[in-house]
Design a protein around this ligand. Sequence first.
Ligand code: UDP
Length: 243
Amino acid sequence: MSAPQDANAKFSRVMLKISGEALMGDLGYGLHPPTVERIAREVKIVHDLGVEICMVIGGGNIFRGLQGSAQGMERTTADYMGMLATVMNALAMQSALEGLGAHCRVISAIRMDEVAEPYIRRRAVRHLEKKRICIFAAGTGNPYFTTDTAATLRANEMACEAILKGTKVDGVYDKDPVKHADAKRYDRVSYDDVLAQHLGVMDASAIALARDNNLPIIVFSLDEPGGFKGILAGEGTYTTVHG
Ligand code: UDP
């Protein structure tokens, strides 16, 4: 891992986790290409500073396993459909990043060699060293998990210094800030408090995996222009989940 060119940047290798819903803009479903491109620009700005970037994108804008199983579908099949949804989102993001001139690889946990590279850890590390953005698709490759856990797993495997979780709000609040005007944002909150208070940062298995490996999670707003770059310089509002 080399030092980032921007002396202000706090991290040299990070995992950016975004939900599938972040890519649908104001649409109720699917992909909104201008929104995908807007996020790609945010990523490119940070990448241009020399920060090595891993990404995991969810699939909730297209399909979630739990929804499918609630409608009577067999759970593991529904989960595989969710994992396939993440591949579509990853390809959309790859296309947008490449359109901006960034080098990018989609790396899938489920083999589909015509579409994406298979996940081979050392190869992925090499891509990062060669300044290629790595988008890890198809989650962990296993049903009963989420892409939050996939992001935490890959962040550990890739030796990322932090997980940056881009959301619609600028951090972790004691209650839903959309519903409660008096909700308070934490600057810092421990993994254990997130779990005990059900603060909804990520699912419990992802939080536990981050905690056991002391991997900080930084929750910030993706809707803030320049927000991703600012967070890496330690600016703006965000919450750090820590040990
Ligand atoms: N999924 C899975 N295993 C994984 C990651 C994801 O089975 O390791 C499935 C699961 O059905 C999930 C769907 O893929 O609902 C989409 O992922 P997620 O819900 O995490 O997407 P997000 O909410 O971040 O958009």
